[in-house]
Ligand binder design. Structure first.
Ligand code: PMP
Length: 414
């Protein structure tokens, strides 16, 4: 029986052992205010239990042996694929396990990219994570494709009004963040879909920052490729997913070669397995994939309407508090419209690393730096920013600790 989704912030928080008072060494019994969820979220007990079960009762390689452990491991691994597919409302055959978003996008650049010709165009944006920029630069070097970028507005949104100018008939792929890892802005999909459709380009969405905020109905998005990471959505590190429309997966050549992705190998030739295994060379991250399966089960047990409302209230509390600090500028939307709870800011005269260090002294974990989005920071004329990012287990105490820490940083640094 699937769980009845519910949301009680206190019991949600209690499912995460690392968030308990005294869990983190050296904190003298205090709790951590974890606001670095956009980098990696924390892991709830059911995911840890699934990992321990695999490692202590099922551990073996998959798709190879016939002994009972090999069969149990294969069933658990493929069971995880089925769970992820259900979570995204797609078929199992379209779920390719990768090591994360970066690898998923590199698979597209390597496999789909090899079907492109010199002069073909790929459109990204100024707010992309380097994971959705550098693979295209490498492809440009290999195949002479041209990488173009949509600009970003002063509010930190992709400027969709520029689509008409930037997307030409040579465009073969538009690759954009579904949600920005710096500004928290959610992509306005309709005009992007229309622009891709008008020229017959494929649409790739980098879902790394979207998937931690509730289930995604992939067919409803109308994209062609979707990439995300487990470790930002309550699953272990080292696992991610590339989803692609089945026709695209069937048509694409493999990107990496090795065991597990073949049909037959002779000394002179290889024929390849059908998707998804064609794109999963070598031993996959088996335990982490099983952990991802447990994580999507955990996500399915959350009432996301209530969790989103909770996140909105905390985001508003954060934005109100930040707006009251002199010399502080938010990089991104200053209201709740079109954004999630990822908030980056710059403090006049203070280096983001120093701000993050002062926050650490207040038991607040935040990210300071360029967040692998240097072009975006350049767009705003800064080298970096400090980022606070929310998950359903955060509460008002976390936000207040952040605001108190920033007040201290202002006194010490600005
Ligand atoms: N894209 C976005 C929007 C991200 O936030 C991240 C992680 N910060 C990535 C791609 C890369 O993810 P990973 O490092 O897990 O491959």
């Amino acid at each position: 029986m699937p769980p009845v989704p519910s949301f009680d912030p206190v019991s949600v928080r209690a499912a995460f052992p690392i968030l308990a008072a005294g869990a983190v060494p050296g904190m003298n019994g205090r709790r951590i205010h974890y606001l670095d969820n956009a980098a990696s979220s924390q892991t709830p007990r059911p995911v840890l239990d699934a990992l321990i079960r695999f490692e202590t009762a099922e551990r073996a390689n998959v798709h190879r042996g016939v002994h009972r452990l090999a069969e149990a491991a294969t069933a658990a691994f493929e069971g995880a694929r089925a769970k992820v597919a259900r979570h995204l409302n797609v078929t199992e055959q379209t779920i390719v396990f990768t090591s994360g978003t970066t690898m998923a996008i590199n698979v597209v650049a390597g496999a789909f990219g090899d079907t492109l010709s010199a002069g073909d165009e790929i459109v990204i944006s100024e707010l992309e994570h380097h994971g959705n920029i550098v693979p295209w630069h490498l492809l440009a070097r290999r195949r002479g494709v041209v990488v173009k970028a949509l600009p970003v507005t002063a509010e930190g949104l992709i400027e969709t009004a520029a689509l008409e100018r930037v997307v030409t008939k040579r465009c073969r792929l538009i690759a954009l963040a579904h949600v920005s890892n710096v500004t928290g802005a959610v992509l306005d999909l309709a005009p992007v879909r229309a622009a891709a459709g008008a020229v017959g380009a494929q649409l790739l969405l980098d879902g790394a920052q979207r998937t931690p905020h509730g289930p995604v109905d992939l067919p409803a998005l109308g994209c062609d490729f979707y990439a995300f990471s487990g470790h930002k959505m309550f699953a272990p590190h080292g696992i991610g997913v590339l989803w692609a429309r089945p026709e695209l997966l069937e048509a694409m050549p493999p990107f990496l070669g090795g065991g597990g992705m073949i049909e037959r190998v002779t000394l002179t030739e290889t024929s390849f397995a059908r998707p998804p295994r064609r794109f999963e060379a070598g031993t996959p991250p088996i335990g982490p994939a099983i952990g991802l399966g447990a994580a999507v089960d955990w996500i399915a047990g959350i009432d996301w309407a209530a969790a989103t409302e909770h996140e909105k209230q905390l985001t508003q509390r954060m934005l109100d508090g930040l707006a009251a600090i002199k010399g502080l500028r938010v990089i991104g939307p200053t209201g709740l419209q079109g954004r999630i709870g990822v908030v980056s800011f710059v403090l006049d005269g203070a280096h983001p690393h120093d701000v993050a260090q002062v926050l650490d002294a207040h038991d607040v974990a935040c990210r300071g730096g360029h967040h692998c989005a240097q072009p975006l920071h350049e767009r705003f004329g800064v080298n970096g920013s400090t980022r606070a990012s929310l998950a359903p287990y955060n509460d008002a105490e976390d936000v207040d600790a952040l605001l108190g820490g920033i007040a201290d940083a202002v006194a010490k640094l600005a």
